[in-house]
Design a binder for this molecule. Structure first.
Ligand SMILES: [Zn+2]
Length: 199
């Protein structure tokens, strides 16, 4: 459509999730018209995120040190562990203001169609954490869709012999969607009304 740098930028932007061709074009021309200082800041932020951000050694949330902010917080309880798929789900649960435990980020969900099995997720690391015995309740807060349900069922069966309380978020979340799309009131209620998974 266009030539050179502007088309390259449109193509790159078009690779981003949720950015269609029209949005990519709009953003590219916004960048073209923007103040050079603002564009430099954006470019630097893009670079920094790859250079500085890493995953927490304990929970695999995004972190800028060995451990993330949540794992370092001494005011939180180790007794409740909330299992989520992605770091963005940590943000979603945090927004509810209802949760004072810790997290474990799986890095996705079981999805046979895309070749993602339990070994591709941080389930073994989860089992290691649970083996210390500190966790009394495990909340399975995977997404309310087929993959999320399959992942929750898999983990529930796996941890059953450990004798801890395993809960799942209450219904009321938009089915088929992502946890992050639920507003904080709905998610807070689902967290509050979580129910024990029957084995
Ligand atoms: Zn952490």
């Amino acid at each position: 459509m266009y030539e050179g740098a502007i088309q390259d930028l449109i193509d790159e932007l078009g690779q981003l999730p949720g950015v269609g061709p029209k949005s990519a074009q709009r953003i590219a021309f916004h960048v073209l018209a923007a103040d050079p200082i603002d564009v430099k800041r954006l470019a630097a932020a893009l670079q920094r995120v790859k250079e500085q951000v890493r995953f927490c050694d304990v929970c695999f949330n995004v972190a800028e040190a060995d451990q993330c902010r949540i794992c370092r917080d001494p005011r939180r309880t180790d007794e409740i562990l909330c299992v989520v798929e992605e770091p963005k789900d940590v943000v979603a649960v945090e927004r509810t203001g209802e949760f004072r435990g810790r997290y474990h980020v799986l890095g996705g969900a079981i999805n046979p169609l895309e070749g993602i099995g339990p070994d591709n997720l941080r389930i073994r690391d989860l089992m290691k954490r649970l083996a210390t015995g500190a966790v009394k309740e495990l909340i399975l807060a995977t997404d309310p869709n087929t993959e999320g349900e399959a992942t929750a069922t898999y983990i529930a069966l796996l941890v059953k012999p450990m004798g801890l309380v395993v809960t799942r978020l209450a219904s009321g979340l938009p089915v088929g969607g992502d946890l992050e799309y639920a507003d904080e009131v709905t998610l807070g209620r689902a967290l509050e009304g979580r129910r024990e998974v029957e084995g």
